[in-house]
Design a protein around this ligand. Structure first.
Ligand code: NIG
Ligand code: FE
Length: 402
């Protein structure tokens, strides 16, 4: 058992509604606080002086500089298992070409598939680990990671094994998802529907048997998979015991309706959603995951996070970190910048990268500093929690516990 503190403030994220708008007065803040942890679990949270008194003789980690404690961040949507980069795509985009034009010309996702197929599992594991450690250093203690640059049985399994290997070599908590339905691979001898059928027959049973992922994702888009085929696919995946999530409404609508119909854990992107789709998601149990990093990487408007919250949705914020549309990968910076633009309260932005993001992954023991939850925490070098968004992500945590 160990007592950690004193912290100028602990922002516990306790007792916040799961859905809808949040005012900052609802933030539960303990001044001069401390945390008592038992191995990997939070045992007690309160005033530091009270904890020291109550647990006399316990080991202690004394914090000597003014610090604000927050839960570790949860990045619930990334594609950080890949080889190579797409700096040429990026240069074309900032020179005026569109993401979809680049994909049509043979670049885009397919470019990363090419490079990832050529990479060894060991290379994928070590380059993934570097990104995971960078995230951990920046306070992200849980990261979801998608496959989707293999697009055949061998290379999808290679990616998922690389994620599994990486998770054995880090204190960070990694959550794999199978995104074999990212786009129709050029070398597949059949149409979209046949490819989805192939994944169901030849890939997912192995993924399940080998415990490589419990989640399945699909990119629903005119340039990827159509809503009707995706709906069928996701229903089968659910019947196989997978949790499902959807890349929805990034450029055109259609995906969010499918997500709600299959009761997906989350519908991610939503940049193109209209009022109708936003309302539908807000009325459902599906978490709306907004991805400012993709908007910033593509030079496109943010998803309407303010509107979603006002309609009553559960909104999580994630990086979408990937080699194509979202190369930056800084969760706090992106959440802070989007929050400023969308007029999100501090409570809404913090919830979007802690407790609400954990909910998007179906994880209910992290994202809040409360007894019984995981001791995933981070301290920022300030005495006022408002500094964290004020510095727009340039203030990094000085200590991370995972
Ligand atoms: O979430 N939209 C589809 N997939 C990714 C991009 C992947 C890529 O461009 O490599 C996304 O933005
Ligand atoms: Fe994505």
């Amino acid at each position: 058992m160990k007592i950690i503190g004193p912290f100028s403030q602990i922002v516990t994220m306790q007792n916040l509604a799961l859905k809808g708008a949040l005012v900052d007065d609802r933030l539960h803040i303990i001044e001069e606080g401390g945390v008592c942890i038992n191995d990997t679990t939070i045992k007690e949270v309160g005033k530091y002086a009270d904890l020291v008194e109550k647990f006399r003789g316990a080991e202690s980690e004394v914090i000597t500089n003014p610090s604000v404690l927050l839960p570790g961040f949860v990045d619930c949507h990334t594609h950080i298992c890949f080889a190579g980069n797409r700096n040429a795509d990026y240069a074309s985009r900032i020179a005026g070409k569109s993401y979809l034009d680049i994909a049509k010309a043979g670049g885009g996702i397919w470019n990363s598939v090419d490079q990832t197929r050529q990479a060894t599992e060991q290379y994928l594991t070590s380059s993934l680990l570097q990104r995971v450690e960078q995230h951990l250093h920046n306070g992200v203690t849980t990261t979801e990671i998608k496959s989707g640059y293999g697009l055949n049985v061998e290379d999808e399994l290679k990616m998922l094994r690389a994620i599994q290997q990486a998770s054995l070599q880090t204190h960070s908590s990694l959550v794999p998802s199978c995104l074999a339905a990212h786009t129709l691979p050029k070398d597949f001898p059949g149409n979209h529907q046949a490819y989805l059928h192939f994944i169901i027959q030849d890939l997912l049973p192995v993924v399940r048997l080998q415990g490589l992922a419990k989640r399945v994702d699909i990119f629903i888009e005119e340039s990827a998979f159509q809503p009707a085929a995706a709906l069928q696919y996701l229903n089968v995946c659910r019947d196989m015991g997978f949790h499902v999530t959807v890349h929805a409404d990034q450029f055109t609508t259609g995906g969010s309706k499918v997500a709600v119909e299959v009761n997906a854990l989350s519908a991610d992107h939503l940049e193109a959603s209209t009022e109708k789709e936003l309302q539908m998601i807000a009325n459902s149990n599906t978490v709306a995951v907004v991805l400012p990093g993709a908007s910033m990487g593509l030079g496109m408007p943010f998803a309407k996070a303010r509107k979603l919250l006002d309609l009553g949705a559960c909104v999580a914020i994630s990086t979408d970190w990937n080699p194509g549309s979202a190369p930056m990968g800084d969760l706090l910076m992106q959440a802070a910048v989007m929050g400023a633009s969308e007029k999100l309260t501090t409570a809404e932005t913090f919830a979007g990268i802690t407790c609400r993001a954990a909910h998007a992954l179906g994880l209910h023991e992290r994202g809040v500093i409360v007894p019984g939850f995981r001791a995933h925490m981070q301290a920022f070098p300030t005495h006022d929690y408002r500094d964290i968004l004020y510095y727009q992500g340039t203030m990094k945590p000085c200590k991370v516990w995972a």
